[in-house]
Write a protein that binds this ligand. Structure first.
Ligand SMILES: C[S@@+](CC[C@H](N)C(=O)[O-])C[C@H]1O[C@@H](n2cnc3c(N)ncnc32)[C@H](O)[C@@H]1O
Length: 234
């Protein structure tokens, strides 16, 4: 999907210039505002949200057609979606991502609720959950997978959420297409930090992946085969 921009007319054809906003890669505001900003690029077709929660993503922009699941509402597990392969233009995935003992998780009482962790999971279980959910999202989408993630610290080790998600998605064959940094205010923690070791996280990420085989995602730019030896006889 590309958005054609208006062109400022000029008597001199070479002086014509595109006008109008292009969404920036750093956004402030609510999740709903963030989603509304990127919607013209990625959410104009049929959208499936597999972690609907309280529907916070859709308070400014409502896709049509739209389907929502959440383990807590309709009981659908994002690791085993009932949808057919390639049945939605975009799949949105906002999974729980704070591991057991994560410092952010400890910082505020409502963190687990807000991020969908009804019980704290060890890192390896969270990784498996993430990977299986992403694999399902990649199966069901025709084109886009939008994933929200954040950095977190666990036992003083920083995990960069976007790097982790990109690595997992790349292993699944998805193409990293866009990454928007979402500045989300002061963030959790602070009151319990006695020794400052690193900058306090003030952001999360919306990472957009594209399925291979959609125009522009890579498959159409396949290189010709490398010919070894003398090559074919013609
Ligand atoms: C970060 S919250 C999503 C918030 C949502 N985007 C919103 O705006 O309200 C994560 C959600 O994932 C759901 N969840 C956790 N594990 C799940 C699973 N295995 N399958 C489906 N949903 C799951 C939780 O119930 C929670 O609502």
């Amino acid at each position: 999907m590309t958005i054609p921009r208006m062109v400022q007319q000029s008597f001199l054809p070479d002086m014509q210039r595109p006008v109008g906003p292009v969404p920036g890669s750093v956004q402030t505001g609510t999740n709903a505002e963030l989603i509304a900003t990127v919607a013209p690029l990625y959410l104009t077709g049929a959208v499936l949200d597999v972690t609907y929660g309280t529907g916070g993503w859709w308070k400014e922009y409502q896709p049509h057609p739209f389907t929502a699941h959440d383990l807590n509402t309709d009981g659908v597990d994002f690791r085993a979606l009932p949808e057919d392969d390639n049945s939605y233009d975009a799949v949105c995935f906002d999974p729980p991502y704070i591991p057991q003992g994560g410092d952010n998780h400890m910082a505020t009482g409502d963190w687990g609720t807000r991020y969908g962790l009804t019980r704290s999971l060890p890192q390896s279980e969270l990784d498996d959950m993430f990977t299986e959910g992403m694999a399902e999202a990649a199966r069901v989408t025709r084109e886009w997978v939008l994933i929200k993630c954040t950095d977190y610290t666990s036992s003083a080790i920083l995990t960069v959420g976007s790097v982790k998600v990109v690595n997992l998605a790349t292993a699944l064959g998805l193409v990293t297409w866009d990454l928007i940094v979402h500045h989300t205010g002061p963030g959790p923690g602070g009151h319990n930090i006695f020794t400052v070791r690193r900058c306090r996280r003030h952001h999360s990420y919306l990472v957009v992946f594209r399925k291979r085989g959609t125009p522009g995602s890579g498959k159409l730019r396949e290189k010709p085969p490398i010919i070894v030896g003398d090559g074919p006889p013609w």
